[in-house]
Design a protein around this ligand. Structure first.
Ligand code: GTP
Ligand code: MG
Length: 242
């Protein structure tokens, strides 16, 4: 079982069956524990597919994905799920209550831990306003919860699981700028020591990241800090201007 959560992509190429061109092309990078790696790039660039390769939703045709040096295809899906929490681009809630949804990754979490995760995820206020609080019913698919609330519950669910690796797929762009800022201010303490990977649309979400990967057409066309990329990466400069 992984102990640190260091993710390494070595020359990874992946294409969907039957498609002529790969959607990920020779991608190499390392995401270190205790650091935030951000991924930015236009729609269709391959950001979600890159995250899905870590969870083995698909396996690459070339290259390797490892966690703490172990190829992810040597781990069981249960070991992967224990190590990595994904907040998907379109979060899904199960029929049950707010509490059962938050405990999805760790059934033994206490109510205090759920409230703490909600506080970080900026979901505390709306859950407190519910008549039954944590025991408020949630319909399958979360149709009785707004999109932004679904997103925050999904973030809280990942925090409750306390994984080695957090994957946030575009989890902050639906939030207003002030909520996004509060959440990101609270996140470093809550995820301390973990490997954090954030796919983002807004540059303001990721300016503090330790490393930013710029993706275009399935390739990593730039990497560095915000300041470094501003100086020397045209694709990044274009994203900042738009
Ligand atoms: P946004 O979420 O819109 O910002 O884009 P993204 O960067 O996350 O792109 P994503 O990784 O979802 O997709 C990369 C490429 O793979 C795109 O050309 C998609 O059309 C294609 N793609 C994604 N999922 C599938 C799939 O299930 N089957 C096939 N054939 N192609 C897919
Ligand atoms: Mg995506």
């Amino acid at each position: 079982t992984p102990a640190a959560g260091r993710i390494e992509f070595d020359n990874v190429t992946f294409g969907f069956p039957g498609a002529e061109t790969p959607v990920i092309n020779s991608a190499s990078f390392v995401a270190e524990p205790g650091k935030t790696t951000a991924i930015i790039g236009s729609t269709g660039a391959g950001k979600t597919v890159l995250l899905n390769l870590m969870l083995r939703l698909y396996d690459p045709q070339q290259g390797s994905v490892t966690i703490d040096g172990a190829p992810v295809d040597k781990l069981t899906r249960a070991q992967l799920a224990e190590s990595i929490s994904l907040v998907p681009q379109r979060p899904y809630l199960f029929g049950g209550t707010i509490a059962t949804n938050l405990r999805f990754g760790r059934t033994d979490a206490s109510d205090d831990e759920l409230w703490e995760a909600l506080r970080v995820a900026q979901g505390e206020d709306f859950v407190r306003e519910k008549e039954l609080g944590l025991d408020e019913p949630v319909s399958q698919g979360g149709t009785n919860v707004s999109g932004g609330q679904r997103q925050r519950l999904s973030i809280a669910r990942a925090l409750v699981a306390k994984p080695l690796v957090y994957l946030f797929d575009d989890s902050f762009s639906a939030l207003d700028v002030a909520t996004d800022a509060r959440l990101r201010a609270a996140l470093p303490d809550a995820t301390e020591g973990a490997t954090t990977i954030i796919v983002a649309q807004r540059v303001s979400t990721i300016t503090e990241a330790d490393q930013i990967l710029v993706m275009e057409g399935g390739e990593i066309v730039g990497r560095g800090t915000h300041d470094e990329l501003l100086t020397d990466n045209e694709v990044y400069q274009e994203i900042v201007r738009s």
